[in-house]
Design a protein around this ligand. Structure first.
Ligand SMILES: NC(=O)C1=CN([C@@H]2O[C@H](COP(=O)(O)OP(=O)(O)OC[C@H]3O[C@@H](n4cnc5c(N)ncnc54)[C@H](O)[C@@H]3O)[C@@H](O)[C@H]2O)C=CC1
Ligand SMILES: O=C(CO)COP(=O)(O)O
Length: 340
């Protein structure tokens, strides 16, 4: 069923464009807001987004626009696919227009000074809005090219979850629901950091055992951190936890993985980021995560190790040595020994 109002997607990068196309395929009229008029014009005339999703045809029902106030006025359901560094600054001036709307963040990052997740920022900007997040193993190019994909919409607002499922669920895209917005969103933000490490390990020619160890210990570490913040560890067994961790730590298509790969090849962080030319949220996340883990006294050796390599002048060899010689710990933190 098509909706009375158009649906808005804010952000004309690879993920915003992919989501806009999915909505259009399901018969919806989509306003795709982007700040760059040239980019909007090329979508209008070429039906392509050559910078971010080259080769993918953008359907006619996707209407590119650079007019944010009119877009917000026209739409009840709004997907936000802006980089975490831009979200607050882009939407704060339009706070009054966001009241009562359904705002669904797809952004997988953490705000630097406040340690807020993007849906928390949306809630702060627009306390009367209805808030959700969309997260999962969703590489934009694969979504756009119709690889069979699943995602999670998370909100305590069940009607919002149902609306998102209705508009996005389709031939190649399954949308599961969750009421654990915080856990789902945190999983998406944290996994980017470990993808950088996985990219480094791949560039150094490390084996499959190493990759499996990294992913599994990453899951242990991110879950431990999340539990300290009050999240439900079970959420990390789902698509937005381990699902997203696996895809981002194993795919060359992940930008965080690519940054790690470039670092493993010997590029500096600045060189790696500028060679990418797209958003790699893990680079900012590692900084805030390291501080927060220290503040909360959560044991996160992988995060501490990556931070030391990127910002404290330590070499990868030194850190690998430290990690491998560290005191062995228990395998799974959350198994109760009572009754076993
Ligand atoms: N690309 C992917 O596979 C996926 C990305 N995401 C998340 O989506 C978010 C956006 O990522 P992508 O679309 O991949 O980024 P991208 O690097 O492909 O594009 C970023 C877009 O944001 C725009 N932008 C930057 N600053 C802006 C500002 N101040 N105001 C307005 N627009 C601005 C850029 O012009 C560009 O269109 C990230 O948090 C990412 O983690 C989530 C799932 C999958
Ligand atoms: O979140 C993603 C896949 O689910 C995309 O990861 P990257 O931002 O590393 O490309």
């Amino acid at each position: 069923m098509t909706r009375k109002h158009p649906i808005a997607v804010l952000g004309g990068g690879s993920f915003g464009t992919a989501i806009a196309n999915l909505l259009a395929e399901n018969g919806h009229h989509v306003l795709l807001w982007m700040r760059d008029p040239e980019q909007a014009e090329s979508i209008r005339t070429l039906r392509q987004n050559p910078r971010y999703l080259k080769g993918v045809e953008i359907l006619a029902q996707v209407e590119p626009t650079t007019d944010l106030p009119s877009t917000l006025d026209a739409c009840e359901l709004i997907f936000v696919a802006l980089p975490s560094s831009a979200l607050r600054q882009a939407l704060q001036p339009f706070a009054t227009q966001l009241g009562g709307k359904m705002l669904v963040s797809t952004t997988k990052g953490i705000e630097a000074d406040s340690f807020m997740l993007m849906s928390q920022i949306l809630e702060q900007i627009a306390p009367d809005a209805r808030i959700g997040v969309l997260s999962g193993p969703n590489l934009a190019r694969e979504v756009a090219e119709h690889a069979l994909t699943a995602t999670v919409v998370a909100s305590q607002d069940e009607a919002l979850c149902r609306s998102v499922q209705q508009v996005l669920h389709g031939r190649t895209f399954r949308v599961y629901a969750s009421s654990d917005r915080f856990g789902v969103e945190l999983g998406g933000a944290l996994k980017n950091v470990y993808a950088i490490m996985a990219g480094m390990a791949a560039a150094l020619g490390m084996g499959e055992n190493t990759r499996s160890m990294l992913i599994t210990r990453a899951l242990a570490e991110m879950t431990r951190f999340a539990v300290k913040l009050g999240a439900n560890p079970m959420t990390f067994l789902g698509l937005a936890g381990v699902g997203d961790l696996i895809v981002t730590c194993t795919s060359q298509k992940s930008r965080n993985f690519q940054v790690g790969y470039a670092l493993g090849e010997g590029l500096s962080l600045d060189e790696a980021v500028s060679r990418l030319g797209e958003v790699a949220e893990g680079v900012n996340t590692i900084k805030v995560l390291k501080c927060k883990a220290e503040e909360l006294q959560v044991y996160m050796p992988l995060v501490a190790g990556l931070h030391a390599v990127l910002f404290e002048g330590r070499t990868l060899d030194q850190i690998i040595g430290v990690l491998m010689r560290g005191e062995p710990k228990t395998d799974v933190d959350f198994i109760s020994t009572d009754g076993f």
